[in-house]
Ligand binder design. Structure first.
Ligand SMILES: *Cc1c(COP(=O)(O)O)cnc(C)c1O
Length: 390
């Protein structure tokens, strides 16, 4: 580490996490951390968060028993936690609402965000429109070309989308640009990060806001089954839907926690510890020690690193991480659509594929919760193309 960098004391999960960023940025992030610590314990803040989750996001969402799929497989009961039914169609909005409420309490006048495929950008632009806060979204130039409709969606919602030409014109370049903006405009700007990654306090903060998923599912599964599930299964990109789906079960040692990565971006299962994007995590490195470009059919899972808490849950053995190929996910996408009448996001289809494998190996009295992180309408064009080619 150079003398210009320092490591936050908080925000470590075992050896992972921390804040490996230049001092000027670290100062801004420490201030955000301080305010987050203050408001997370404030009942008014909690009440306001709950209000918008209910009235704007549409929570609680159901824990749906996938009866047809369960019968077909003949093993443990499969339940779907329906994040796909949230406003904007995925879990990302939970975190966006939480961070905007924090930003408002901090008296901030504008929000900046990064986006890769556009999903986090759209969720952020949506909530900023509702709260009347100006919003700037940085997006790699290449990504803006591939995701024209998401760029248009964000603009419809009143956001300014800035294509980033630096580097590869991808997500990482967008993150760098958003961080520069934050440092330059720190008196009036809040950086709203989209997954359980990045320097402290983001992984802790994002988990806190996404934990509503497991808080609800735990109550719901007890109501339906009278006992805890045998396993909770969720897909892992940066790790926000998974950490939210796991949070209230981490202390329940009899509940298996299963994270699912694409075989093509198996950061946790094949990665090694390294510092990327300002924090330490398991990551895929190339021979030069640089983050290795990944590819997944699910844009949201296409990230070379993974959240620090998942890195720790893996190395400590508390959670299991499995890989599912693009082909297996594509099959699960079609299966859930046909059998249950629910079209899952391609990201979530990875979790569904793993849950099908797992259910077969467990007795009928057991239940499994699959976190259905998002709906698949956004992926229908892509799946159509992929099936044509088969
Ligand atoms: C963004 C996204 C993911 C991956 O992000 P995490 O932070 O790992 O949850 C998964 N599913 C859907 C539907 C997404 O939009």
């Amino acid at each position: 580490m150079s003398s210009k960098q320092s490591v936050a004391e908080k925000g470590f999960f075992g050896e992972f996490g921390g804040s490996y960023v230049p001092d000027d940025l670290n100062k801004v992030l420490s201030y955000v951390a301080e305010k987050f610590e203050k408001y997370r314990n404030d009942p008014d803040f909690e009440q306001e968060f709950r209000y918008y989750l209910k009235e704007f996001v549409g929570r609680d969402n159901p824990l749906t028993f996938a009866g047809n799929l369960t019968e077909k497989i003949g093993g443990a009961k499969i339940y779907l936690k329906r994040e796909d039914l949230n406003h904007t169609g995925a879990h990302k909005i939970n975190n966006v609402i939480g961070q905007i409420l924090l930003a408002k309490r901090m008296g901030v006048k504008r929000i900046v965000a990064e986006t890769g495929a556009g999903q986090h950008g759209v969720a952020t632009a949506t909530a900023c429109a509702m709260f009347g806060i100006p919003c700037t979204v940085y997006m790699g130039k290449l990504d803006t070309k591939r995701q024209k409709l998401n760029v248009f969606r964000m603009e419809l919602l009143g956001a300014e989308v800035i294509p980033v030409e630096n580097g590869q014109g991808r997500l990482k370049d967008a993150v760098d640009e958003a961080l520069n903006d934050l440092v330059e405009n720190q008196e009036n700007t809040f950086y709203l990060l989209g997954s359980a990654v990045g320097p402290h306090p983001y992984p802790t903060m994002v988990k806190y806001f996404q934990a509503v998923i497991s808080q609800e599912s735990k109550r719901q599964i007890i109501e339906k089954e009278g006992k805890l599930p045998a396993a909770v299964v969720a897909c892992v990109g940066g790790g926000s839907n998974a950490i939210g789906a796991f949070a209230h079960y981490i202390e329940e040692n009899e509940v298996r926690l299963v994270g699912v990565e694409p075989t093509e971006a198996s950061t946790i299962t094949k990665g090694e510890p390294a510092v990327i994007h300002g924090f330490k995590c398991l990551t895929l490195l190339n021979e030069d020690g640089e983050p290795q470009p990944t590819y997944s059919i699910a844009a949201g899972l296409d990230y070379p690193g993974v959240g620090p808490e998942h890195s720790h849950l893996k190395t400590s053995g508390r959670a299991e991480y499995e890989t599912v190929t693009g082909d297996e996910a594509l099959e699960a996408f079609q299966e859930l659509s046909k059998v249950e009448g629910i079209i899952p996001a391609l990201e979530s289809s990875h979790a569904v594929a793993q849950a099908i494998k797992l259910a077969k190996s467990l007795p009928k009295e057991d239940s499994i919760i699959v976190n259905l992180s998002g709906r698949g309408d956004k992926d229908v064009d892509q799946v159509f193309e992929m099936i044509q080619k088969q």
